[in-house]
Design a binder for this molecule. Structure first.
Ligand code: AMP
Length: 445
């Protein structure tokens, strides 16, 4: 199969040739004809599958072939993304695919001044990529009207809900014309996503290109058990031993990112960090320098987990496991993209055993453990497997009990150890519950 047999027009084929895309990926093979035929889509596509081109190519074609010229302060297609970085990246891809077409594209997001965005929208743009909050701001300030909108794309819809954008999505939903095409992409499908799809989509075609919730099999994954306090030391040791050149590292908190970056920089290692507290320009600069290999180690919170496309990224390290198991899939999806192989190493301490168990259940695999000599943990990480079992072996023979209950139970922090079997569903649900589609009365302006 070729892109030409999928019915794409010549200017798009020429752009793809320049980019070196020869064969459509599975998601592209399914999505392109369906979108061209005007169908709504509900696509379960894991990150790195080529989903951006899957929706962008047919969208560009439809906008070129059909519909009126874009009016002032209007957009004909809207792509909603959860993060600024992803919005930038999706926009860059769309602009590349559109290079031979007479269409305009633009990306808007928060964290930067709104005025230049308002100016740019005056003439209208054919394709607008946006994060939800900034889109609403622009709409409320009358810088953007959506009555010309033909197509809405919700990219990484699960992430938008995880980040608490459910209210914003509900507001945007009310701003949209009833007649439109809607394409929803999500790596995972929770009940909330299904409910969102139920409201937003009209008789959608379902596309699933890889088994649900399974991480890319081009990524070699393993776990190194270690005591929490020795993680920084282990990281540096592994880095030197493995001669790591370009590593994306995930830490749980903003403070965790800063602390690791300080430690690495203190050792003369070329490291930088990105998290939500940093200004957008600083984040983008760190990311650009990492992509161009000027920065060797980029430490990030989950803000950076989604959608970032860094060519041939060989290695992802989970310095901390993610609180939400699905984020593990997104994190490791930064490597092993578009058929390349990659590695994902997780440094896991005893406190994180239930998170590890949730990840193994979700990805339906037991992650190999490789203990590093001289870093054997004092606090053993209990055995886990893909069934959700957390098997605890007593470290020492127990003394005969003198009184009932409680003895030997360890405090596992937030992930309370509730017995031998990790809870199946709750542990893999987002921590923050957000209402999907508040249908209550609309606030007066
Ligand atoms: P995505 O999942 O959309 O983020 O795409 C992942 C990576 O695959 C990006 O670097 C794309 O440029 C690349 N890509 C997408 N489609 C193809 C294709 N058909 N052939 C080669 N590379 C592709």
């Amino acid at each position: 199969m070729t892109f030409a047999t999928l019915g794409l027009i010549e200017p798009l084929l020429r752009a793809l040739e320049t980019l070196g895309y020869q064969t459509p990926t599975p998601v592209q093979a399914q999505a392109i004809p369906a979108v061209l035929a005007g169908r709504d889509l509900m696509a379960a596509a894991q990150t790195g599958t080529g989903k951006t081109a899957g929706f962008a190519l047919p969208l560009l074609q439809l906008l070129t072939m059909e519909g009126p010229k874009v009016a002032a302060n209007s957009a004909r297609a809207l792509i909603l993304c959860p993060t600024r970085e992803l919005a930038e990246q999706v926009h860059a891809s769309v602009a590349e695919y559109a290079q031979h077409l007479p269409l305009t594209t633009y990306a808007v997001y928060g964290g930067v001044s709104i005025n230049p965005q308002m100016m740019k929208l005056r003439k209208g743009v054919d394709i607008l990529v946006a994060t939800p909050g900034r889109l609403i701001d622009l709409f409320r300030q009358n810088a953007l009207k959506l009555n010309q909108l033909q197509t809405l794309v919700l990219d990484e819809a699960d992430r938008m809900l995880d980040l608490g954008f459910s209210e914003e999505l509900a507001n945007i939903y009310r701003m949209l014309p009833k007649k439109r095409q809607t394409l929803l992409f999500s790596a995972t499908f929770s009940d909330e996503i299904r409910s969102l799809a139920g409201q937003m989509l009209n008789d959608p075609l379902s596309i699933e290109v890889s088994p649900r919730n399974v991480a890319a099999n081009t990524v070699k994954q393993w776990v190194v058990p270690v005591d929490k306090k020795r993680k920084p030391e282990l990281f540096v040791h592994l880095m030197r031993k493995g001669r790591w050149k370009q590593v994306l590292v995930f830490a749980k908190t903003r403070n965790g990112v800063d602390a690791l970056v300080d430690k690495l920089q203190g050792l003369g290692i070329n490291a930088d960090g990105i998290h939500g507290d940093k200004p957008q320009a600083t984040r983008q600069r760190a990311l650009d320098r990492f992509k161009s290999s000027d920065v060797q180690i980029l430490v990030a919170t989950d803000v950076a987990a989604r959608g970032l496309d860094i060519e041939d990224l060989p290695l992802v390290v989970n310095f901390d496991l993610p609180i939400v198991a699905e984020d593990y899939i997104h994190r490791i999806g930064r490597t092993g993209r578009a058929g390349n192989t990659g590695e994902a190493i997780s440094l896991v301490c005893a406190d994180e055993v239930n998170m590890l168990s949730a990840i193994e259940m979700l990805t339906r695999q037991t992650l190999t453990r490789k203990t590093e000599p001289d870093f054997e943990p004092e606090h053993r990480v209990p055995d886990t497997d893909a069934s959700g079992q957390v098997v605890k072996k007593p470290k020492k023979p127990k003394k005969p009990k003198t009184s009932g209950g409680g003895g030997g139970k360890r405090n596992l922090g937030k992930w309370v150890d509730s017995g031998d079997v990790a809870p199946a569903e709750p542990s893999i649900k987002p921590v923050r519950k957000v209402p999907v589609f508040n249908t209550g009365p609309r606030k007066k302006k």
